[in-house]
Design a protein around this ligand. Structure first.
Ligand SMILES: Cc1cc2nc3c(=O)[nH]c(=O)nc-3n(C[C@H](O)[C@H](O)[C@H](O)COP(=O)(O)OP(=O)(O)OC[C@H]3O[C@@H](n4cnc5c(N)ncnc54)[C@H](O)[C@@H]3O)c2cc1C
Length: 488
């Protein structure tokens, strides 16, 4: 499709908008589409560029440079530090993610409603919204056979009688297509074109530096173009949707600090590479099966297994494991993710462009990571792996179940490469005193500043989060539409 983007060669910009949406990812694109369709004048500002899907090779350096923040290299400090990855482009994380969809579970919504005192969180409404999102994103399972790395998860789990299932994805498959032929229904293919058709404008390569406040209202945003030029955008309402790291950082830079950024939650993961007798590697896609026997505490799934990523997962013990990269066609990478009870912080620091991020794993989290990696190794052996290479310093090669005892003895999270792609909860919603936003995402103490992205999820959901992020974004946008009128 044609980019619905304002192209500006200007060295300075000056805009007015009834609604300013900051960030065009899962939360921002959804918010923009709904508000524009309700008749509001919407301007979306996105720091990254518009990159047509298919125009860059997945996991290439070019993709890292154009679609990921800081080339994909960002870290939450701690013991151990946790590497995390965020999208930075039109469509945000939805352009680079794995597309695995999970509806927000009913028991999770009920726990959040009670624990965080979320007003009017109606399970029937959330279910109806989820169905609407599933239809808009074409959420579906793979037609025909799943990929060989995905079948490994199913085979191993079935052999151990562990619960597993195929996660549907936001994909359109051509008639007769297979697992590799799907086209991801990210925001640049769905909600951003919808917003554009309803009259919304999208300004890319433009970063919001701060909001200018006047008492309980914000009145304009100070922005910076990619070419360094300055600008100002005046608005009646602003929706901050920069993701769980950059939303709190922007609010803090604007002087809003109360409870903001103190409760970062993530799904920490540890990895392994497993080698099989036959070739199975699919370099540019991820497995669709997930093993949920120990969920929500621990979930297993498959990672991207491009040869470079296999090398990365072997790097912690390269001397012992490095040879396996020559067999990359017989190797695939898998992860164990946990629902952490630890918390992190995001702090904007004067003079620095990016915030400082820290994360603290509790001792229960460390235990879960050890247990997750051990069980994932067992799963690989049950699926027929001949060698398993766990990703931590001085890890043993595991060839049989008895070797797992060595793994359990020698594993420590401080020796492991712990990473995450699921970040949330830095501006949690609800009426509980801990919550930085009210039950519909309005920032406490402010009349026209709203958050509508992953920051609002009260804590780590234990499932792939994009479905939950979008469901809350739709719910909150509808509430806004029900209470505010477009000026027209
Ligand atoms: C590699 C990867 C794989 C993933 N896999 C899955 C998966 O399979 N299933 C799933 O459910 N979830 C997955 N996720 C997570 C999912 O993508 C996120 O939960 C979701 O995108 C969060 O939506 P968001 O709107 O909060 O933020 P984002 O989608 O990250 O969007 C935020 C946008 O705001 C922009 N922005 C930030 N600050 C500013 C500013 N100051 N000015 C202007 N623009 C700004 C950013 O550039 C970015 O484009 C994955 C994420 C990654 C990175």
């Amino acid at each position: 499709m044609t980019e619905p983007v304002i192209h500006t060669a200007a060295t300075e910009v000056n805009y007015d908008a009834e609604i300013l949406v900051i960030g065009s990812g899962a939360g921002g694109a959804t918010t923009a589409a709904l508000l524009a369709e309700a008749g509001f004048d919407v301007l979306v500002v996105e720091e990254g560029e518009w990159v047509e899907q298919g125009s860059v090779v997945p996991f290439s350096l070019e993709q890292m440079d154009r679609q990921y923040r800081s080339g994909g290299v960002t870290v939450a400090l701690g013991l151990p530090s946790i590497a995390y990855t965020e999208g930075r482009c039109a469509g945000g994380g939805t352009e680079v993610n794995s597309g695995l969809y999970r509806r927000p579970p009913a028991d999770l919504l009920e726990r959040w409603r009670q624990q965080y005192h979320i007003r009017d969180l109606d399970p029937d409404e959330m279910n109806a919204i989820a169905a609407e999102i599933e239809s808009a994103l074409h959420v579906t399972t793979v037609p025909g056979a799943v990929s060989a790395p995905s079948a490994v998860l199913r085979r191993g789990a079935d052999a151990l009688a562990w619960e597993n299932s195929e996660s549907p994805r936001w994909m359109i498959y051509p008639p007769g297509g297979d697992a590799a032929s799907g086209q991801r229904q990210s925001m640049t293919r769905t909600y951003l074109p919808r917003a554009h058709r309803a009259g919304a404008r999208l300004l890319t390569r433009c970063r919001v530096k701060k909001l200018s406040l006047d008492g309980t209202r914000a009145n304009h945003a100070e922005v910076e173009l990619a070419n360094g030029g300055p600008g100002r955008i005046r608005f009646r309402h602003v929706f901050v949707c920069g993701g769980a790291i950059h939303t709190p950082a922007l609010l803090q830079r604007s002087g809003l600090r109360d409870r903001i950024g103190d409760t970062l939650a993530v799904h920490p993961t540890v990895k392994l590479a497993a080698r099989f007798a036959e070739p199975l590697n699919v370099p540019d896609d991820v497995p669709v099966h997930q093993v949920k026997e120990f969920a929500p505490e621990i979930s297993f799934g498959g990672s991207a297994s491009h040869p470079g990523l296999i090398a990365l997962s072997l790097a912690d013990n390269w001397g012992e494991f490095g040879h396996a990269v020559r067999d990359w066609k017989r190797v695939s990478v898998y992860y164990a993710a946990i629902t952490s009870e630890g918390k992190g912080r995001v702090k904007a620091v004067p003079g620095l462009r990016d915030p400082l991020v820290a994360y603290h794993l509790t001792s229960r989290d460390r235990q879960l990571l050890r247990s997750g990696l051990s069980r994932l190794t067992l799963l690989m052996l049950a699926a027929g792996a001949d060698e398993v290479y766990p990703s931590y310093h001085h890890a043993p090669v595991v060839r049989k179940a008895a070797d797992i005892a060595d793994l359990q003895r020698s594993f420590a999270t401080t020796k492991a490469t712990v990473m995450t792609v699921h970040l949330c909860s830095t501006v949690p919603l609800g009426e509980h005193p801990l919550c930085a936003a009210d039950s519909f995402g309005r920032v406490r103490g402010m009349r026209n500043v709203w958050v509508n992205d992953a920051s609002l999820l009260p804590d780590a959901p234990g499932v792939n989060p994009q479905g939950s992020v979008m469901a809350f974004a739709v719910r909150n946008a509808r509430r806004f539409i029900g209470t505010e009128r477009p000026h027209g």
